[in-house]
Design a protein around this ligand. Structure first.
Ligand code: BDR
Ligand code: CA
Length: 314
């Protein structure tokens, strides 16, 4: 058996972030979570920090290290998404207030220290929200870039367009300057865009199977996702809503569920109209150097089978 892959989850929970964290914590044979690094995004940082700890305690992991990072984007004014996630970011289920502490170290220092300490090429950074923390770490300590095994991120979109503006997906839109820095860093990047996550619908049949697990975790997850999907169900008229962030963890567990293309991606930071757009050279028309793997398809049933099986372990 091979050693579990070391990951840091950088996140702004959010119901779908929460499910992603649960999926990772349910998979210790494959993934060793070195810590959670939280950022302002879906809701302000006081709430994303609280929510990360709610999830750890729900998963029976109050020992996990949670670090607080950036309270706002690098240059732009903060944008939040309470209209999607509710006031707390985790509306939809009753949970106890967490008692576990936050580690008294800034996320950016945690990222830098960890990447310098661990053997080069062994740590994967999973970003599930705006990429402010990673960008700040790269700005402060450029030596960590070649030490990162891979950044696997939820963000962006091509054929699906955007979800917060016609052109931009929320995570990139909130801090486009951070993402621009990440995409020009030379780090291997795998992108799970809206083109993938819009195929991962929380249909009634799939949610019934998660509910049928019959545990405290499945009850809370069902409540969260029923609340979370209502916004997109109304918007897209679909059976269920897209489940974005768990796609990142599912990719690490079963990459064979996904397919895509290696290509160049640039981030729009100049035009207010298309701010935060991921300009993906899918058809390779520019000659610009490839800097990421952009995934486009997913075996959605395989994904929900994996998720349900793993949640049942908690
Ligand atoms: C992304 O934005 C947030 O609302 C979700 O948590 C996800 O990370 C989807 O655009
Ligand atoms: Ca998120």
């Amino acid at each position: 058996m091979t050693n579990p892959r070391k990951i840091i989850i950088d996140t702004d929970p959010g119901q779908d972030d929460a499910v992603a964290i649960l999926l990772a914590l349910a998979s210790p044979e494959e993934l060793e979570v070195l810590g959670l690094s939280v950022v302002a995004g879906n809701v302000p940082i006081a709430m994303t920090s609280r929510n990360a700890r709610v999830v750890c305690e729900l998963a029976g992991r109050p020992d996990l290290a949670v670090y607080e990072g950036a309270t706002r984007p690098l240059l732009r004014a903060p944008v939040t998404a309470e209209h999607v996630h509710g006031r707390t970011g985790l509306d939809g289920a009753e949970v106890d207030e967490p008692v576990m502490p936050v580690v008294p170290q800034h996320s950016v220092d945690f990222l830098i220290e960890t990447l310098r300490r661990e053997p080069s090429g062994t740590v994967t950074i999973c970003t599930l929200g705006p990429q402010t923390n990673l960008a700040m770490a790269l700005q402060r300590a450029p030596d960590i870039a070649p030490r990162i095994r891979e950044v696997v991120m939820m963000g962006g979109g091509l054929f699906e367009g955007g979800n917060i503006t016609p052109a931009a997906e929320f995570n990139i839109y909130v801090d486009p300057h951070a993402s621009k820095l990440v995409f020009s860093s030379g780090i291997p990047i795998v992108v799970l865009p809206l083109d993938v996550t819009h195929q991962l619908l929380t249909t009634k049949a799939r949610m019934d199977r998660i509910g049928a697990i019959g545990s405290r975790v499945s009850e809370v997850v069902t409540g969260w996702l029923q609340f979370f999907e209502r916004f997109d169900v109304e918007k897209y008229g679909s059976d269920g809503g897209p489940l974005h962030d768990p796609s990142v963890i599912a990719y690490l567990l079963k990459p064979e569920l996904f397919s895509g293309r290696v290509c160049n991606i640039e981030i729009e930071t100049a035009s207010e109209l298309t701010m935060g757009m991921t300009v993906v050279d899918w058809w390779r028309v520019t000659g610009r150097q490839a800097n990421a793997t952009f995934l486009r398809t997913v075996d959605a049933d395989g994904f929900f089978e994996l998720l349900t099986e793993r949640l049942a372990r908690l």
